[in-house]
Design a protein around this ligand. Structure first.
Ligand code: PLP
Ligand code: TYF
Length: 398
């Protein structure tokens, strides 16, 4: 059966973990995968999560099946975070939310549902984007193309190019948009630019699909939701995938959600019934633990405050690492201006290091980055930042 099976290529990012884990150097640093580490280089278990898990363990709840769409306490909490607790869309019953297996699972359920809804559409992702965006929508059966996004000259967004492209797409095209903390570039749209994207989607009859994997990592929970809020105010229908992997440091529990804004309550009920069909034939219903923990934290004011403070701590530490890296590079004698790293948002920076320089960082220093030059700032800490800066200085001079 398997004699002719070929080896599949490794995921360009998750594949780095395997190489990193096999590296025996003690001063190695993994700047590849997008994971938040604390200043001790550990993935934190948030105190709010710990408290909710302890309570749940003590209660020893039975392990029945969840509803296909997940628990209402979880889905409602997700809606409040994304759309705001006073959202008219929520009050009107226009929003469908289902618990998904992380942000990835949300994109997959959304992609599979869109394929049933609009099979001939083309899906457009940013150039560049998280590589899994292309893979997920292609595996759902769509042709995937790109819209211009990153401008290496300004290290910001090529907004004129993006807008021009959106302005020529066929009606019904799906446009995947990073709601905040763009992966991999760290370059985000301004609020005014989001307003123009909303109008372009309206003018061309596009299907917006916002991907929100890092809410709270740029400016805060509310400000980071600006794109979702502008689309909400527009009267358009759209999709949002969201994830608690990063914001709750619950990567392996696979906690995310897919939300779909429909025209009214009746439409919402019909859409939900179809999305449930997609879920049933994929995994039937979502796992309990991660969603129950997140819901417990978000719905209890004390735990919620604790979480917001911890999230702010992660956000502030990443910012400090951005500033620290720029200063350390300067101190290490790098002539090139790296101050753009401070302006970028979220976990990532597109450093403009070449694939050859990235390779050299790995072979000479045991520092792992994505071959595109993307580094994860959240893997820097007070002990490795000097080492990383010296290594970058060394390869940048060569
Ligand atoms: N979308 C983007 C833009 C991401 O960077 C990630 C990263 O993990 C995801 C989705 C997937 O999130 P999850 O790990 O929750 O599946
Ligand atoms: O971009 C990243 O590093 C994160 C983690 O297939 C990730 O989004 C990377 C690759 C992948 C799944 C998650």
């Amino acid at each position: 059966i398997f004699a002719a099976v070929e080896m599949a290529p490794r995921d360009p990012i998750l594949g780095l973990n395997e190489a990193f884990n096999a590296d025996t150097r003690t001063d190695k640093v993994n700047l590849g995968v997008g994971v938040y580490y604390d200043d001790n280089g550990k993935i934190p278990l948030l105190a709010a999560v710990k408290a909710a898990e302890k309570a749940r363990l003590e209660a020893m709840p039975p392990r029945g099946y969840q509803p296909i769409e997940g628990a209402p306490s979880y889905n409602n909490a997700v809606q409040n975070l994304l759309f705001g607790k006073d959202s008219a869309l929520i009050a009107n019953g226009q929003v469908v939310t289902i618990q998904a297996l992380g942000g990835t699972g949300a994109l997959k359920v959304g992609g599979d549902y869109l394929k049933r809804l609009n099979p001939a559409a083309t899906v457009y992702i940013s150039d560049p984007s998280w590589e899994n965006h292309r893979a997920i929508f292609e595996s759902a059966g769509f042709a995937v193309d790109t819209y211009p996004y990153y401008d290496p000259a300004t290290r910001g967004v090529n907004f004129a190019g993006m807008k021009a492209k959106l302005g020529e797409l066929a009606a019904g095209s799906v446009v995947v948009l990073h709601a905040c903390c763009h992966n991999p570039t760290g370059a985000d749209l301004t609020e005014a630019q989001w307003g123009e994207v909303v109008e372009a989607c309206r003018a061309r009859g596009l299907v917006p699909f916002l991907d929100m994997a890092y809410q709270g990592f740029a400016d805060g929970i509310e400000p980071d939701a600006v794109a979702v809020r502008l689309f909400s105010a527009s009267g358009l229908q759209f999709f949002v995938s969201s994830s608690f992997s990063k914001s709750f440091s619950l990567y392996g529990e696979r906690v995310g959600a897919l939300s779909i804004v429909t025209a009214d309550k009746d439409e919402a009920a019909r859409v939900l019934s179809q999305v449930k069909r997609v879920i049933r034939t994929n995994y039937s219903n979502p796992p309990t633990h991660g969603g129950a923990v997140v819901a417990a934290v978000l719905n209890a004011p004390e735990l919620r405050q604790m979480w917001e403070d911890e999230l702010a701590g992660m956000r502030d530490r990443i910012r400090a690492m951005r500033v620290g890296l720029v200063e350390s590079l300067k101190a290490a004698g790098v002539a090139q201006d790296f101050s753009f790293v401070i302006e970028q948002r979220g976990m990532f920076s597109y450093t403009a290091l070449s694939a050859a320089q990235v390779e050299q960082l790995k072979s000479e220093f045991g520092i792992y980055a994505v071959s595109t030059g993307r580094i994860c700032l959240a893997a820097l800490n007070s002990r490795n930042i000097g080492y990383v800066a010296k290594a970058i200085a060394s390869v940048a001079k060569a």
